[in-house]
Design a protein around this ligand. Structure first.
Ligand code: FES
Ligand SMILES: [Fe+2]
Length: 438
């Protein structure tokens, strides 16, 4: 249990809030590149509680500026895309990509008032299917050399989905290796050959055991957590009856991402991005170490489950997530279908908009969550005390030298599980068609 005051400090994201100021020191996913390709390239973005508009101007360059016109507050999402910016349709004030007002056609001839009118604006860059924004002070940091950024565009597929809850509880489900044995339990095993683009449907490591069976049979993983340059490295060991161990390496990437294996071919790097205090988007980058990603199939699978333009899941609290008690008896642990995203969504949304952590009871299996909260508290203190160099991935650290992070499933024949994980990772990188060497 933690105090209400600490819960507020860790969860709230507005400008000037504790966690919000930490998040503002890192690049944030603002939109999918796909969103700018669906018709007119102007989309509303609500990020860290701020209302913004993202657009691609006539020169093909991106801008992210305040959503409400500084004149009398009209919605710039309906703006006219002109020259290198957006023009408000109400009285024609024109803003360039950097948020500077460059023209006020209704003001008296020769007026220089516009020189003093500047709306919010943030740097944006596009990388492998996602538009990233930097909303903090000073120069934005470099991008780390993570696999999802290094891989060519052909080998990365990005998608997002809405969850109606605070970002922290959303992220915490991703650093909780024990839940997969319960929440995602399938009472029958599917043919792993039918697993493309899905999680926990492949075979475990280099065995013939379906992941679903392994998770079901060994529900008490030994969990080890180590601090790493990128955040936390989390190893879940499932010691099997025959003396072998299943080794699953996942990661927390500070401040709000995780990196986990999806299948032998792909990893998922997933950000849990605050829209505001009570809503968030997950943004996933599926990175293939093998063939180019079949983006059409991956997109089609996910569009079936989501409504555009909000990317809200079709199964949600208003329709009880499709809960079916008969299915819960015979097929799945949740009774909410086979899509594990829905299981996670139910778990984190059902806690309430912001989980009341004054009432929780963390166990040994929550070790990574405990370690992460400690890191976040240290980061909050560092920002407050002006020690920004102490933040993870800051302080002159060469971000180009931060690779990976390593995320995979493997089988250790004996006790040397570190070696098993490293060998599996070397093998994957060794046969990769792009340069995945570390
Ligand atoms: S409200 Fe935008 S120009 Fe007047
Ligand atoms: Fe999960």
């Amino acid at each position: 249990m933690i105090s209400q005051e600490l819960n507020d400090s860790l969860t709230r994201v507005g400008k000037g809030s504790d966690a919000g100021e930490v998040l503002r020191r890192y690049w944030q996913p603002a939109a999918l590149s796909d969103e700018l390709q669906q018709g007119r390239p102007v989309v509303p973005v609500r990020l860290l509680g701020e209302d913004l508009v993202l657009f691609r101007d006539t020169e093909g360059k991106l801008g992210l500026i305040g959503r409400h016109c500084p004149h009398r507050g009209a919605d710039m999402c309906y703006g006219r895309l002109e020259d290198n910016g957006l023009r408000c349709p109400f009285h024609g004030w024109h803003f360039n990509r950097s948020g500077q007002c460059v023209e006020q056609p209704g003001e008296p001839e020769g007026s220089r008032m516009h020189e003093k009118i500047q709306t919010a604006s943030y740097p944006v860059v596009e990388k492998n299917g996602i538009v990233w924004a930097y909303m903090g002070p000073g120069e934005p940091p470099e991008f780390p050399n993570f696999d999802c950024f290094r891989a060519p565009d052909t080998h990365v597929f990005a998608f997002k989905g809405l969850w109606e809850c605070n970002w922290l509880q959303a992220m915490e489900v991703g650093i909780d290796p024990a839940h997969a044995s319960f929440l995602h339990r399938f009472l029958q095993d599917e043919d792993p050959a039918d697993s493309y683009g899905k999680q926990f449907r492949d075979k475990a490591g280099n065995t013939e055991i379906p992941m679903t069976k392994l998770l079901r049979d060994y529900p008490r993983p030994e969990i080890q957590v180590e601090e790493a340059d990128h955040g936390l490295k989390i190893t879940a060991l499932r010691h099997m009856e025959d003396g072998r161990s299943h080794v699953r390496v996942t990661n927390q990437i500070f401040p709000e991402a995780i990196c986990i294996p999806m299948s032998r071919e792909m990893t998922i790097t997933q950000w849990h991005v605050p829209i505001d205090d009570e809503n968030c988007y997950w943004y996933s980058m599926f990175t293939s170490f093998d063939k180019p990603v079949n983006k059409e199939l991956m997109r089609e699978q996910r569009l079936k489950e989501h409504v555009l333009p909000s990317y809200a899941p079709k199964k949600n609290k208003r329709n009880e997530y499709g809960y079916n008690p008969a299915e819960q008896e015979s097929e799945t642990y949740t009774g909410m279908g086979l899509d594990i995203n829905v299981h996670d969504q139910w778990a984190v949304e059902s806690m309430g908009a912001i989980q009341d952590r004054t009432q929780e009871h963390l166990g040994k299996s929550d070790v990574a969550i405990i370690r992460y909260r400690r890191m976040l508290r240290a980061a909050i203190a560092a920002v407050k005390e002006g020690r920004e160099a102490d933040l993870p991935m800051a302080g002159g650290l060469d971000l180009g030298s931060i690779f990976g992070p390593i995320s995979n499933d493997s089988i250790a024949q004996d006790g040397d599980w570190q070696k098993a994980a490293e060998e599996a990772d070397d093998a994957r990188r060794g046969q990769c068609s792009w340069d995945a060497s570390v």
